[in-house]
Design a protein around this ligand. Structure first.
Ligand SMILES: NC(=O)c1ccc[n+]([C@@H]2O[C@H](COP(=O)([O-])OP(=O)(O)OC[C@H]3O[C@@H](n4cnc5c(N)ncnc54)[C@H](O)[C@@H]3O)[C@@H](O)[C@H]2O)c1
Length: 265
């Protein structure tokens, strides 16, 4: 038997992918990488203006569907809109939020509810909507964006951490449920990645960035990883591409830790 062309196995030629959180950071870079790999992408985000502008940049390879992932009916409508184009081959749940660091003893209930609604229920709704349709077609790959924070305690980020731990648990359970019909479900747990999400750590109240604080933060996080740097969205987008592609055909129920080696197990 000859070895199949590896460039085909790692590509998404002719495939349809849904990406939530696609207007910024990791979701946005994933959309670029997917399009470069031959996919048509259905982009979802609650920031409709940024989403429309980005879809315009990607042109005919992208369809924008403004969506709040915490609203189940909107996630189902997103899945219907994507399915109307073609069967969904890949679904990436990248939409997520973080709250300002607050110790457990001080976290208010509204913060707990908000993060669970977006980071956990949003991923749950997306996974369920994708899985139902993929099972009907007997194929597909779901990729949930978790976090290093699910496994490494970070004081002040308890709610974020439990939502991501829940994402890991959901990933494994769903992988066991839909594996028998050929649908794969995996998570990616990024380390520290340079996206707008982490800017709250050095952006002042007036919106300007404290460059010295940013450099100190990045240096500390880089020193924490054997690879000696913080991550870029492209580092994660390529891992997501691998899990979406046929190259990962025997990978399911995994949480792939892409963190420069900061968390080895
Ligand atoms: N940046 C990091 O260091 C890091 C580390 C680990 C995990 N992550 C995870 O990666 C994912 C992407 O984060 P990012 O760093 O690219 O952040 P980001 O802030 O750049 O992008 C997140 C996107 O999600 C969208 N979003 C937020 N709430 C939404 C909702 N209810 N419905 C639809 N869209 C919504 C935002 O509008 C934004 O476009 C998140 O799940 C995050 O938790 C990020």
């Amino acid at each position: 038997m000859s070895t199949p062309d590896p460039s085909t196995a790692f590509a998404l030629s002719g495939k349809l992918a849904v990406i939530t959180g696609a207007a910024s950071g990791i979701g946005r870079e994933t959309a670029r990488v997917f399009v470069a790999s031959g996919a048509h992408v259905v982009l979802a985000d609650r920031d409709a203006a940024a989403l429309a502008a980005f879809a315009g940049e990607l042109g005919a390879s992208a369809t924008a569907v403004p969506t709040d992932v915490s609203v189940r009916a909107q996630v189902e409508a997103l899945a219907d809109a994507a399915s109307a184009i073609a069967p969904i081959d890949a679904w990436v749940n990248a939409a997520g939020v973080v709250a300002p660091p607050t110790m457990v003893v001080d976290v208010d209930e509204a913060t707990i509810d908000r993060l669970i609604a977006i980071n956990l229920k949003g991923v749950y709704f997306g996974s369920a909507a994708a899985a139902r349709r993929m099972v009907a077609h007997g194929r597909g790959s779901i990729i949930n964006i978790s976090s290093q924070g699910a496994e490494i305690p970070a004081p002040g980020l308890s709610v974020y951490s439990i939502t991501k731990a829940g994402v890991n648990a959901l990933t494994r359970t769903l992988a066991a449920e839909v594996g028998p019909v050929g649908v794969r479900v995996n998570a990616v747990a990024p380390g520290f990645i340079d996206t707008p999400m982490i800017s709250y750590r050095f952006v002042r109240e007036d919106g300007t960035a404290d460059q010295a604080a940013k450099e100190a933060l990045f240096a500390a996080r880089a020193a924490n990883a054997p690879l000696g740097r913080v991550g870029e969205p492209l580092d994660i987008a390529r891992v997501i591409l691998f899990l979406a592609s046929d190259a990962a055909s025997f990978v399911t129920g995994e949480t792939l830790r892409a963190n420069g080696g900061a968390d080895m197990r």
